[in-house]
Design a protein. Sequence first.
Length: 91
Amino acid sequence: MQSLLNNQYLRSDTATINGTCPLGNHVWVGTVIDDKLFQTCLTMAGPFKDLQARNYIAYDNEAYPKLYASSSLNNEELLQIQSHIKRLRKK
């Protein structure tokens, strides 16, 4: 996922983050948007949710969680994005 987001066209600031979660040792990605770190785990139900509330803990040597304040989208924002994507598919 990091490779897909860090391509020459999107040019996003995305890094892998290693740590632990309820599944055990785990890896997820963090994307910096407006100096905020949005974290996404492909094994959970949707992107940009609050991983800390789901007991995802980055290892101490991970830089991005130390450099950027963590942020997430609320349910209303996620529904707006889903609705927008559905409208795009219909065209």
